[in-house]
Each structure stands twice: as C-alpha cells, then as structure tokens.
Design a protein around this ligand. Structure first.
Ligand SMILES: NC(=O)C[C@H](N)C(=O)O
Length: 321
C-alpha cells in the first residue's frame, strides 16, 4: 500500500461562499478523490487565503514536510494560487528530501459549476506517487501541466490554466481510464539546500516605471536588510536611481535587480546612467531569471542565514538554486 500525505493550507481549493460573511473564504479542503491502493493521510497546519501566507508559514510547512516525507511515498500541498509560486520556491530552496512534493490549488471554488479542485488534487496525487518525480524538488501541478518551482508563475487572474512561466512545463500528467500517464521532458537536477533557522531578514520589493525618480527608495532602504527592484527590460532603471543603488551597495546592502518583463534574464548590457551595466558596476546583483518575488525569497533566505554580500552575489551569479 502506498502512502500519500496531503497538507491542506487553504486557498480557493478549500473555499466556498462564506455563509456568514462576505464573498468567498477558505472553509474546508477537499479529499483526494478515489485512489485505490493508496493510504491518504490529511494534515491541516493552517487554513489561509494565500495572500495571508508569510515566510514564517512557509518555514513551518518546510519543517512539517521534512517530518512527513520519510514515512510517505509522496506529499501533496494544497495552497492558494496567489502566492503559491513563492511557497513552492521557498520549499525548493529548503527541502533536501527526494520524496516528491507537489503543490496544487484551484481557480474555482467548491460551489462553482466547473470546480477545478478535485481534478488538480488527483493529478497532484498521481504525480507525487510517481517514481519519476523523485529527486526533482517541489513541483507545481496545475491543469495537467507539471512545473519547476524556479520558473512557474501565475499568469492569469481567473483562467483555469492559471500557471505558466518561461520556458514552460517540465512534464505532463494525463489521466487514463485506469490510472494516469506522467511524462517528464527534463532530467532531475542536483541543487543546493539552504537551511535558515528563521526568516527574520527584512527584504522589500520596489517596482520600476517610466518617470520613477526614486520615490520610496530611501524609506524602503532604511527599513530593509536588502532590496529587490523589479526593473525594466534586461535590468535597467531611470538615471536618478543609479546613485541611490550605488549608496546602498556601498553600505554593503544587497540590491538585487530583477525585471518586470515576464520572461528572460537580467543582463548588464546598457551603459547609459541607470542601464544594467552601470547598476552592476555600482554593486547591484542581477537576479538571473528569477522574478522579483522569487528573488526576494532567495535574498530573504540568504540574509536570514547571515550570508555576506560576496556570497549573495555568488549564489545569484552562479544560479545556485
Ligand atoms: N485561486 C486562489 O487560490 C486565489 C486565492 N485568492 C488564494 O490565493 O488564496
């Protein structure tokens, strides 16, 4: 008999219209629909809409998965979709287990005509119990697609196929009459594991726009241990930002440059004031292909581990995640 742990954390997959309040709220999670020969054990460490999930919740989730993984063939985590990619990437950085860990959720709640919760949950269970999923780090399963935690991102606010991300899925699950077919298009990779004792560092994200003169930068810098900027294109900013970034970097404060563009790396190409080459020369750290919110998760983990600026630069530069 195979054993599957299902950890419910809330989100739309556990939601329905609130009988006493306003709108849709998390109430009770679904069970995995019929899987013969599988012992399913449910856990519910918290029940939150995912905008209420914090790095402290993610850390407690990582500890719970580490405890459950050795006694199970697979672990499924149900989660709200809004911050699902941050939790998936956080777990990707922290978990050492080879036991498959699969995150999923739903876009429609239990009382909608086309509730996608049970189907996504069943797909996630099949993927988590498949031996080919071992040693791949946490995966996200949504709409039959299997995604890597580093690249997956929510791409639509309402569509059922809400997840995508460049360069796309690394696998596919399709249910057949009697079971499921799981196919991967990528090999499992070795990756470093980070073990922060807490997530106490403070990291903020600033979002760049045409005409930004640095409003909000000094305040964010004063409150933070590190900053992430969702910059323009390959990682460029208006000229006014260059001295501000240089000042932070000069104080030894990491400033990570991600991009608000939806795909592609950050590269030090442009040499005009504020161009990516000038920001890197001033000490900024390119986020590689991580989006701003995942770059924030990585920076938070590294700062909480007490890593210094040179080490943080190396981790982002070598893609050690
Ligand atoms: N589809 C969802 O799960 C969205 C919901 N607001 C959440 O993230 O909790």
């Amino acid at each position: 008999m195979k054993r599957l742990a299902v950890i419910h954390t809330g989100g739309t997959i556990a939601s329905r219209p609130d009988p006493h309040g306003q709108g849709v709220t998390p109430q009770s999670p679904p069970s995995v629909p019929g899987l013969p020969g599988v012992e399913v054990r449910d856990h519910q460490p918290f029940r939150l809409p995912s905008p209420h999930v914090t790095p402290a919740h993610m850390l407690s989730l990582a500890h719970l998965i580490e405890r459950l993984a050795p006694e199970h063939d697979g672990v499924v985590v149900t989660h709200g979709t809004d911050t699902l990619e941050e939790t998936a990437f956080f777990l990707h950085l922290l978990l050492a287990t080879r036991t498959p860990v699969v995150l999923t959720g739903s876009m429609r709640h239990a009382e909608e005509v086309s509730w996608d919760g049970p189907g996504n949950l069943l797909d996630a269970a099949y993927v988590a119990l498949d031996r080919q999923s071992r040693g791949r780090g946490p995966l996200v399963v949504f709409g039959g697609d299997i995604f890597d935690a580093r690249t997956v991102t929510k791409v639509h606010t309402t569509a059922v196929d809400a997840f995508g991300g460049y360069p796309g899925p690394i696998g596919r699950i399709d249910r057949t009459g009697e079971g499921a077919q799981v196919r991967y298009f990528a090999m499992p990779e070795a990756r470093p594991v980070y073990r922060p004792p807490n997530v106490s560092a403070h990291v903020e994200i600033l979002y760049a726009y045409a005409g930004w003169q640095g409003e909000g930068y000094a305040e964010a810098d004063a409150r933070s241990d590190g900053l992430v900027i969702a910059a323009l294109g390959t990682g460029n900013l208006p000229a006014e930002l260059l001295p501000l970034v240089a000042r932070s970097a000069g104080k030894g404060r990491p400033v990570v440059i991600a991009t608000r563009t939806h795909a592609g790396p950050v590269l030090p190409v442009y040499g005009y004031p504020g161009g990516g080459a000038t920001l890197v020369a001033a000490g900024a750290i390119p986020a590689s292909f991580l989006n701003a919110h995942k770059a924030r998760v990585l920076l938070l983990v590294l700062l909480s581990l007490g890593r210094n600026l040179a080490d943080i630069r190396r981790v982002f530069g070598e893609g050690a995640f």
